[in-house]
Design a protein around this ligand. Structure first.
Ligand SMILES: [Zn+2]
Ligand SMILES: [Zn+2]
Length: 89
């Protein structure tokens, strides 16, 4: 089933309130793309693993508060989509 992240696709803002100051946090992008390994040849393997297990059903984003500099990972629920985003076999 094709699932897409509404935040990655620009359909939705992250809109997470900051737990410290209650202001709106900003999306700093997908968490696992920010944590990409230094060695390029390991990247494919890591992405495959995360697609299989950890990130199933969710897209992990990093939310950052511009007001107090607090940041935290946020899980965004994937939604069914018919777009061409994503790998095609
Ligand atoms: Zn996303
Ligand atoms: Zn804050």
């Amino acid at each position: 089933m094709p699932s897409i992240c509404p935040v990655c696709n620009g359909m939705q803002n992250l809109g997470t309130p900051c737990p410290r100051c209650s202001k709106s946090m900003e999306d700093y992008g997908q968490l696992h793309s920010l944590l990409a390994p230094y060695a390029p040849y390991e990247e494919d393997e890591l992405l495959q693993q995360s697609n299989d297990s950890v990130y199933e059903g969710y897209c992990q984003h990093l939310a950052c508060c511009p007001h107090c500099n607090f940041s935290m990972p946020v899980k965004v629920s994937l939604v069914p989509g018919t777009s061409t985003v994503g790998p095609t076999p």
